[in-house]
Write a protein that binds this ligand. Structure first.
Ligand code: SAJ
Length: 448
C-alpha cells in the first residue's frame, strides 16, 4: 500500500501519531483538539516552563480561552497529549504540524529563523513517509522554496517520496482559539493533490468547517490575502474617517448611510490596527513578489500605522483648546490591548501613541482592565490627569460616568478613538472633546 494510503488509514483509525512543533496560541489549540479527537500527540516547545505547565494540566495561554484549559487538562491527564522540549520523540510521528512564530521585523521582512530551525531539527529525526504540515502563516512560495529544500537537505529524503509536505494556515483569534479551530473552514494546500487529500482526512477529525484542497502557494496566498484585504478595508475606513473629521461630518453616520443606501459595508475608523496578524500578513503577502509594485497594500499599511499619531494630534489640539501644553500635561491612555475585551497587547496601537506623547514631554499613565500591569482602579489611575484618551473599546469604557470623570480631570479633555462616547454627552459634561472621525464641536458656553 502506498505510504499516503497507509497514513490515511492510520488517521481514520486514530492510530497515527501526531507531532506539533510550537505550543503557542495555535500549536497548543491544535495539539489539544487532535488529542481530544483520539490521537496520541507529542507537543514540542523550546520553553521548558511552558512544557512543564502543559504536562501538569495548567494552560499557559493568558486571557480567557473557553474550554481550552479544561480540555488540555483532560488530554494531558489521559496522556493523549504529551509535551516535551526535545525533538527526538518526533521520530515516532506520522504527521508533524509546524506552528512556530513567523514574525515580520521592523524592516517589514519576514523572520523565518524559527521556521528554519524547526525544519532542521525535524528533518534529522522524522521517519520515512511522514507528512509535514506548516500551519504558521508564511509568504507565498515559502513552503516550496524554503521548507522543502531544508527538509530534503537535512534528512536525505526526497519530497513526495521520503516525506510529504503541506501548508494549512489557521484562523484562530485570541479568546476563540478552540471555537475558531473547530468551526472555521481550512485550506489544505498539498505539494501534491494526493497529499492535500490526506490533509483533509487529518483535519476532518477536528474541523467542522469546509476543507478545501489545493496546492501550496494557493494556500499561502489565501491566508495572507484574507488578512491583507481586511487591512486595506480598515485603511479605507480610517481614511474616510479622517476626511469626515476634516469636512465636519460624522463617520458613523456616513458609514450607516453607505450601508443603507448602497449596501456597502465599510469597516470602522479607529485609533489604529494591532494584533499578531493584520499588521504582519500584508508584508508576508508582498514579500519576494517580483515585477509587481504592491502600492495599495503598502499604502494601506501606512494609513493604519499613522492612526495612533492622528490620535496624538487630536489630544494636542484638545489640550491646546483647554490651554494646556502637551509638554506639561498628564495624560491617561485608556486601553493598551490591541482589541476590545482582550488582554492581548501584541502590536497594540497604544504603544505608538504612548511613545509619541512621552516624546512630546507629556507624563502618560495607562489603564487597561484586561492587562494585569495596567489594571487597578480606573478612577485612581485617571485622577489628576489633564486628559483621557480612549484607545480600545473595552466594555468598561462604554458607560463611563462622564460627570465624575470631568470632575477628576484637570483640563478636562477627553479624546475618543473608538466611538464609545457620545459627543453631546461629553460636551454637556464639560469636556473639551475630540472624536476620531467626528467634527470638532465647541463646549456649550457655561451659563454665566
Ligand atoms: N480594527 C479597526 N477597525 C475595524 C476592525 C479592526 O481599527 O473595523 C482594528 C482592531 O482594533 C485591531 C486590529 O484592527 O487593533 C485587528 O482587528 P481584527 O478584528 O482583525 O482582529 P484579529 O487581528 O485578531 O483577527 C484577524 C481576523 N482576520 C480576518 O477577519 C480576515 C481573524 O479572522 C483571523 O483569524 C486573525 O486575524 C488571524 O489570526 O489571522
Amino acid at each position: 500500500m502506498d505510504p499516503l494510503a497507509q497514513l490515511s488509514a492510520r488517521l481514520a483509525s486514530r492510530n497515527a501519531v501526531i507531532g506539533v512543533i510550537g505550543l503557542g496560541y495555535v500549536g497548543l489549540a491544535s495539539a489539544t483538539a487532535l488529542a481530544d479527537a483520539g490521537f496520541h500527540v507529542i507537543g514540542v516547545d523550546l520553553k521548558a516552563d511552558r512544557v512543564a505547565a502543559i504536562n501538569a494540566g495548567r494552560c499557559p495561554i493568558d486571557g480567557v480561552e473557553p474550554d481550552l484549559p479544561a480540555l488540555m487538562a483532560k488530554v494531558t491527564t489521559s496522556k493523549h497529549l504529551v509535551a516535551v522540549t526535545e525533538h527526538r520523540l518526533l521520530a515516532e510521528a506520522d504527521v508533524v504540524l509546524i506552528d512556530v512564530d513567523t514574525p515580520v521585523a521592523s524592516d517589514h521582512r519576514p523572520r523565518f529563523e524559527a521556521l528554519r530551525s524547526a525544519c532542521r531539527v525535524l528533518a534529522r529525526v522524522m521517519k520515512q513517509g511522514v507528512l509535514v504540515v506548516v500551519e504558521s502563516t508564511v509568504a507565498p512560495g515559502t513552503t516550496e522554496r524554503l521548507v522543502a529544500p531544508l527538509l530534503e537537505e537535512a534528512s536525505g529524503k526526497k519530497l513526495n517520496e521520503g516525506f510529504f509536505l503541506g501548508h494549512c494556515p489557521q484562523r484562530v483569534m485570541p479568546g476563540k482559539l478552540l471555537e475558531n479551530l473547530r468551526k472555521l473552514s481550512r485550506v489544505c494546500g498539498g505539494a501534491t493533490p494526493e497529499t492535500a487529500k490526506v490533509m483533509a482526512t487529518l483535519y476532518a477529525t477536528v474541523v467542522k468547517g469546509r476543507l478545501d484542497e489545493t496546492d501550496l502557494v494557493t494556500a499561502e496566498l489565501v491566508k495572507t490575502a484574507e488578512n491583507t484585504y481586511r487591512d486595506v478595508k480598515i485603511a479605507f475606513a480610517n481614511e474616510l474617517g479622517l476626511i469626515c473629521e476634516s469636512v465636519g461630518a460624522d463617520f458613523r453616520r456616513v458609514r450607516e448611510l453607505v450601508a443603507g443606501s448602497a449596501g456597502q459595508d465599510v469597516l470602522f475608523a479607529g485609533a489604529g490596527v494591532g494584533g499578531h496578524c493584520i499588521p504582519k500578513d500584508p508584508w508576508l503577502l508582498v514579500h519576494g513578489v517580483e515585477n509587481v509594485e504592491p502600492r495599495l497594500v503598502t499604502a494601506a499599511r501606512a494609513v493604519n500605522d499613522r492612526m495612533p499619531l492622528h490620535m496624538a494630534r487630536l489630544v494636542e489640539d484638545a489640550l491646546s483648546e483647554a490651554g494646556v501644553a502637551v509638554a506639561s500635561a498628564r495624560i491617561a491612555v485608556l486601553g493598551c490591548a490591541y482589541l476590545e475585551n482582550t488582554g492581548d497587547t501584541r502590536n497594540s496601537p497604544s504603544e505608538a501613541l504612548v511613545e509619541h506623547l512621552r516624546d512630546r514631554g507629556a507624563e502618560v499613565v495607562i489603564h487597561d482592565p484586561w492587562v494585569a500591569e495596567h489594571a487597578g482602579d480606573f478612577w485612581d489611575r485617571a485622577k489628576g490627569a489633564h486628559a483621557a484618551v480612549i484607545m480600545v473599546a473595552h466594555d468598561e469604557y462604554r458607560d463611563l460616568d462622564l460627570a465624575r470623570l470631568a470632575s477628576i480631570l484637570e483640563a478636562p479633555v477627553l479624546v475618543d478613538g473608538r466611538h464609545v462616547i457620545d459627543t453631546d454627552a461629553a460636551l454637556r459634561a464639560g469636556f473639551v472633546f475630540r472624536g476620531l472621525g467626528r467634527a470638532k464641536k465647541k463646549r456649550p458656553s457655561r451659563p454665566r
